[in-house]
Design a protein around this ligand. Structure first.
Ligand SMILES: Nc1ncnc2c1ncn2[C@@H]1O[C@H](COP(=O)(O)OP(=O)(O)O)[C@@H](O)[C@H]1O
Ligand SMILES: [Mg+2]
Length: 275
């Protein structure tokens, strides 16, 4: 009988293909078992974007659901070290940390796909995927390695062909979105954050990304997936936290998730809009 802990430690498809392309040159993020927000809040002048949020993230897929303006991106930017909180603490495996900069959080094994698609338009797709990976690789990757890794990652994530040698700015938005998702995976993060990362993708194109994310989480990563779409939240969530007006309303386990319950939590006053 296989030991269930062995199964948990099974390497993800992304880990396997990165190793096939780059050997052990890419260093996987350090293992993480818990990331905690303790009373984290953020104010922008009069606007309270996030109010004293306390929440624990563990391996698996934890989705954050909420309408526009509910504070989802603010939470993710705080975790990514882009925005500093007005109050509260962050703890990584029980130790208080300061998310002083994106670089600092990346060094702790965290990768983020931001809601805005950031690419260097004149650089190639392969260069964009390996942009800023200096600290993650043990030695400089050759052009052959980055190209092979880019090709494999894109093949895993997209149903349509994307040329790793094309200037990233020449691609349609959907392909650019795949490129930034591939960039986040290429760092082999222990904590992967995705903010509305499939917004520019067709329904059919999202499926590949979801499968890759599910497989990655099963191999032991903490995945935080932000969305305002019920369907993807229902599909992906091991746990879901609903935000409303900067308030953390409730966290549900997968078994407790239903469309009606999520809608009630998200926008209790908007019942008539349900399905
Ligand atoms: N840089 C900023 N300056 C001022 N207000 C902001 C800023 N970023 C976000 N907000 C406000 O904070 C609230 C939450 O925004 P956000 O976290 O982007 O929500 P969501 O991602 O759920 O749509 C909104 O009212 C938004 O207008
Ligand atoms: Mg947002």
């Amino acid at each position: 009988m296989p030991d269930p802990t062995d199964k948990q430690r099974k390497r993800s498809r992304v880990h396997q293909l990165m190793e096939a392309a780059c050997g052990n040159a890419v260093r996987p993020g350090p293992a993480v078992s818990e990331l905690v927000l303790d009373g984290i809040g953020k104010r922008y002048g009069e606007t309270v974007a996030l109010r004293a949020a306390s929440l624990s993230f563990t391996p698996g897929i934890h989705t954050i659901l909420g309408e526009n303006g509910s504070g989802k991106s603010t939470m993710l930017k705080i975790l990514s070290g882009v925005v500093s909180p007005s109050e509260g603490r962050l703890l990584l495996d029980g130790r208080e940390i300061t998310a002083g900069s994106p670089r600092q959080m990346q060094d702790r094994g965290l990768s983020t796909v931001f809601q805005e698609v950031f690419i260097a338009p004149h650089r190639t797709v392969a260069d964009n995927i390996f942009l800023g990976t200096n600290g993650f690789v043990r030695r400089v990757l050759s052009k052959t390695q980055t190209r092979a890794a880019a090709e494999r990652l894109l093949g895993l994530l997209a149903r349509f062909p994307i040329d790793p040698g094309a200037p990233a700015g020449s691609l349609p938005l959907a392909a650019q979105q795949i490129v930034v998702i591939a960039r986040a995976f290429a760092r082999l993060p222990s904590i992967l954050l995705l903010d509305e990362a499939t917004a520019a993708l067709d329904y059919a194109d999202r499926d590949r990304v979801f499968e890759t994310v599910e497989d990655y989480a099963r191999a032991g990563a903490v995945v935080i997936f932000i969305s305002h779409r019920l369907e993807e939240v229902k599909r992906l969530s091991d746990r879901v936290t609903v935000l409303r007006n900067g308030h953390l309303v409730e966290t549900l386990r997968r078994e407790a998730v239903s469309s009606q319950r999520l809608l009630d939590l998200m926008a209790p006053e908007a019942h008539l809009h349900a399905d």
